[in-house]
Design a binder for this molecule. Structure first.
Ligand SMILES: [Zn+2]
Ligand SMILES: [Zn+2]
Length: 272
């Protein structure tokens, strides 16, 4: 199943990438490999049906300095390794953009939003093995443009399983993502007890219903981002208000800022 996306940057193409801390547990469980702090283990990474050796490393850091830090787990490979060579070949576009910027002495750590490419990280049924699906910029744009005409609310409805007959026919990866990922929204809804993160209401309770919506903070039609960190659980009223008014969400303060000056803070938050 799909575990998470990683946007491609310089270190992805040369040395590896960190696992976002919210996915460390699910990755460890899926791999059946969990190095302790300071330890590393060899794992297999599959790209285009070829298996590459790589290292799963749990970084050792000074706990006295950072007492509240969670584990920092990375997937690592050498710059000259077959895996790094393969990733540079798949993400030739990112590689070129990053290289050009380095020559300009203006080194880009990340790529601009519309130039982005992604690694989709999947677990497999084989112990110690993960699969990387390379989503190039062309594929990303193609999928985003297929979804765009439907509008965000229709896509979310379809995503959410609230509109199974919605006739949205999307090819390739987005379909795969939806099939594999429906549970992300469902799990979050359960975690919040079917309550809205803005008003805290379990709107369906008196009616014996668990009706509640999963909203994408960065619109899915623009970001194709279905990671939990981009999903908010909202009652239908607040969901429609947000699409109608399009307030700015401030993740640092967990607040919505409306154009008329109204500011609303999230009442419930377990995962953002
Ligand atoms: Zn609400
Ligand atoms: Zn929404």
């Amino acid at each position: 199943m799909l575990l998470f996306y990683k946007s491609v940057d310089k270190s992805t193409l040369t040395e590896g990438f960190a696992i976002p801390s919210v996915y460390c547990d699910v990755l460890g469980e899926a791999l059946g490999v969990r190095p302790k702090r300071g330890e590393k283990r060899t794992i297999s990474v599959v790209v285009d049906d070829v298996e590459y050796a790589s290292t799963l490393k749990n970084i050792n850091f000074d706990e006295r300095k950072y007492p509240t830090h969670k584990d920092i787990v990375q997937i690592r490979y050498a710059k000259a390794s077959a895996l790094a060579v393969k990733l540079r070949e798949k993400f030739e576009r990112s590689q070129n953009l990053l290289q050009t910027s380095a020559n300009d002495a203006k080194i880009l750590a990340r790529l601009p939003e519309n130039q982005k490419e992604f690694l989709a990280v999947y677990s497999t049924s084989r112990k110690g093995t993960i699969l990387l699906d390379c989503i190039t910029n062309a594929e990303f744009n193609e999928e985003a443009s297929e979804l765009l005409p439907w509008g965000e609310l229709a896509v979310e409805r379809w995503f959410d399983g609230r509109d199974p007959d919605a006739g949205i026919v999307v090819k390739t990866k987005v379909c795969k993502i939806r099939t594999l990922n429906r549970t992300i929204g469902d799990d979050l809804k359960k975690a919040y007890g079917y309550r809205c993160q803005i008003c805290g209401q379990f709107i369906g309770e008196p009616y014996g219903s668990t009706l509640i919506h999963a909203h994408h903070i960065q619109y899915f039609t623009r970001s194709l981002n279905n990671n939990p960190s981009n999903i908010m659980i909202l009652c239908p009223n607040h969901h429609y208000i947000i699409h109608d008014r399009e307030p700015i969400y401030r993740p640092d303060k967990k607040e919505f800022h409306y154009r008329n000056g109204f500011v609303e803070k999230l009442l419930l938050n377990l995962h953002l």
